[in-house]
Design a protein around this ligand. Structure first.
Ligand code: SF4
Ligand code: SF4
Length: 131
């Protein structure tokens, strides 16, 4: 039987570390971040799972997920992490990378119901238009 191994996306992992200033490999998967995250119920990947995928260099699923847009940058994860990792900065780095790919989570020029979206998604969209 043939096994295929995914190629690790080391470059993107390094880019996330460079933008966020966080060391992804310090995470030891205790789950404290996810247990306190107020937005966890709406995420496909919990914060500790985001860290796991990043450590594995398997970035595509995370970049394509709703999770990075659902994060409300409340810093609860950062305050709980025994390793001092600020996941909100990592989520912001992932959003930046996605926006630099010219991806539009929201088209602000279209009519949107503001109450349907987390504030951070609106801010990220507007930031892209003003850069
Ligand atoms: S900053 Fe984002 S990931 Fe961290 S606890 Fe808040 S919503 Fe969850
Ligand atoms: S709290 Fe910190 S060490 Fe624990 S899983 Fe989350 S990021 Fe990793």
């Amino acid at each position: 039987m043939l096994f295929t191994f995914k190629e690790k996306d080391v470059k993107t992992k390094e880019k996330v570390e460079s933008i966020s200033g966080e060391n992804i490999d310090k995470c030891y998967q205790c789950g404290c971040c996810s247990s306190g995250c107020p937005a966890a119920g709406e995420m496909e990947y919990l914060p500790n799972q985001v860290m796991m995928y990043l450590q594995e260099g398997d970035i595509k699923p995370i970049l394509g997920s709703r999770t990075i847009w659902i994060c409300v940058s409340c810093y609860e994860c950062a305050s709980r992490c025994p390793q001092g990792i600020d996941i909100s900065r990592i989520m912001e780095a992932l959003r930046s990378i996605r926006l630099r790919e010219n991806y539009d989570r929201l088209k602000i020029e279209e009519k949107v119901r503001l109450e349907d979206y987390p504030t951070i998604a609106l801010v990220a969209t507007m930031r892209k238009l003003t850069a």
